[in-house]
Ligand binder design. Structure first.
Ligand SMILES: Nc1ncnc2c1ncn2[C@@H]1O[C@H](COP(=O)(O)OP(=O)(O)OP(=O)(O)O)[C@@H](O)[C@H]1O
Ligand SMILES: [Mg+2]
Length: 262
């Protein structure tokens, strides 16, 4: 190991990894369903789907947590208008709460959530280990995990350490999104993870051939289509949750939520 190289020092030792994994397992042990929301392509609506699905589940009487697993660009708190900080002087870390949903993000640990996080893989992995192993969710019916885009280090680390029960793959009607969503789903499957289904976001109405193709390639149903609607972006930009404001969006996400394991 190189001396004085912070990235090299960030590699947890073998014993350290085992200890981290035991701590993470213990912290996630009272959660019935851990579900990742994922796509290899950026900007398709992973965070939007994760947020609205979490609140749809909460409205339906479930105990729900939302984990921001995007360490580089942790923007979940902005979607929720949550400006508070998780107190980190004493462990375990406690998620904040928004309208009955528990929320944790590394953006809630720092003073300036807008400053860029310029880290390489090993530091990101260590942050994820520490964050997951220190956050106490208590008993939950669902933990919805908002994953970063891509098929490399960051999402891979989350998949490996959080031992998720399965994934929802988000895509949009465009073919380029479809190809990358398929990639994401196939990566999850290669890691023996379950794909619950595909959500088409920014849907233009009728069935999109690209989404049908993704669904077929992954052997996973299309769980729902979320219409492209300017109000979705405007509400999210002002920290409001669309399913709590728009009856038609509540219906779309109630239907998706109803297809998840109980
Ligand atoms: N159905 C929709 N209709 C209109 N705008 C939407 C819709 N879904 C998402 N958006 C907007 O598109 C932008 C990208 O969405 P979002 O941040 O959820 O994508 P993402 O996949 O999480 O992105 P990233 O890869 O950067 O994490 C946001 O401004 C969001 O408000
Ligand atoms: Mg996102």
């Amino acid at each position: 190991m190189e001396r004085g190289n912070p990235e090299a020092q960030a590699h947890p030792s073998f014993g350290g990894v085992l200890r981290h994994q035991a701590a993470i397992r213990e912290k996630l042990s009272k959660i019935r369903n851990k579900i990742g929301v994922y796509s290899a392509k950026g900007g398709v609506g992973k965070t939007t789907v994760a947020v609205n699905l979490a609140f749809a589940l909460q409205r339906n009487g479930y105990r729900v947590g939302l984990l921001d697993a995007d360490i580089d660009c942790p923007n979940l708190p902005m979607f929720l208008g949550l400006e508070g900080r998780m107190q980190s002087e004493t462990l375990p870390l406690k998620p904040l709460e928004k309208d009955g949903v528990k929320v944790a993000s590394t953006a809630m640990l720092v003073d300036d959530a807008k400053s860029p996080i310029i880290w390489r893989g090993p530091l990101i992995a260590k942050m994820l280990y520490d964050f997951l192993g220190s956050t106490d969710w208590g008993e939950l019916d669902y933990l919805i995990v908002d994953l970063p885009p891509g098929t490399s280090d960051s999402p891979l680390t989350v998949m490996q350490v959080a031992n998720l029960d399965g994934f929802i793959i988000v895509t949009t009607p465009q073919r380029i999104a479809g190809v990358n969503s398929m990639r994401a789903g196939l990566m999850a499957k290669r890691l023996s993870a379950h794909v619950f289904g595909v959500v088409e976001n920014m849907s233009q109405g009728g069935p999109s051939p690209s989404t049908e193709e993704v669904s077929k390639a992954l052997g996973a149903e299309i769980m729902g289509r979320v219409p492209a609607d300017r109000r979705m972006a405007d509400l999210s930009d002002s920290g409001k949750v669309p399913v709590l404001e728009l009856a038609e969006m509540a219906k779309v996400f109630d239907d998706i939520a109803g297809k998840l394991p109980k």
